[in-house]
Design a protein around this ligand. Structure first.
Ligand code: ZN
Length: 128
C-alpha cells in the first residue's frame, strides 16, 4: 500500500476577517460552482483547531489537481490551509499541512485524533 492511499480526501480551509468576509463568501460560491466539492462549515467563530474565522470545503483526492492550482492563483489574498484526511488529524493540521499564504497557528491541543464521518468526502463515509 502506498503512502498516499492512506489519504481519504482533503479539506481546504479559507481564513477571513470582518473586512475580507465578502471576498471569502464570493470565493466559496465560486468554488462550489466550479469544482466537485462538498461545502463544509462557514464559521465566524473559532472552531476546532482554527483560531479565527474560516470556511472549508471537502473534496476527494482526484479533485486535488484541479482545486489547488486554481486556489494558488485565485485565493484573493486570503490565507488557505489544504490538509489531507489521514488517520491522524494531528499530523494533517501540522506536519502534513499545505499552506497558501501565511500559516495560521493551529490549536492542535483541541483536535480529536480521528475525524468524524461528516468531515470526510461522502464517498468515504461508511454510512453506519
Ligand atoms: Zn479540516
Amino acid at each position: 500500500m502506498s503512502e498516499t492511499s492512506k489519504i481519504r480526501g482533503y479539506h481546504a480551509h479559507v481564513y477571513y476577517d470582518p473586512a475580507t468576509k465578502p471576498v471569502a463568501a464570493r470565493l466559496r460560491e465560486t468554488m462550489l460552482g466550479k469544482f466537485k466539492v462538498e461545502p463544509g462549515g462557514f464559521s465566524d467563530e473559532p472552531r476546532g483547531p482554527h483560531p479565527i474565522s474560516q470556511f472549508n470545503v471537502i473534496f476527494e483526492t482526484t479533485e486535488f489537481e484541479n482545486i489547488v492550482p486554481w486556489l494558488m492563483l485565485n485565493r484573493e489574498g486570503l490565507d488557505v490551509l489544504v490538509h489531507p484526511l489521514t488517520d491522524s488529524s494531528y499530523d494533517d493540521h501540522s506536519k502534513n499541512a499545505l499552506w497558501l499564504g501565511t500559516p495560521v497557528p493551529m490549536r492542535l491541543e483541541v483536535l480529536r485524533p480521528q475525524y468524524s464521518e461528516s468531515l470526510l468526502p461522502a464517498a468515504q463515509r461508511t454510512g453506519a
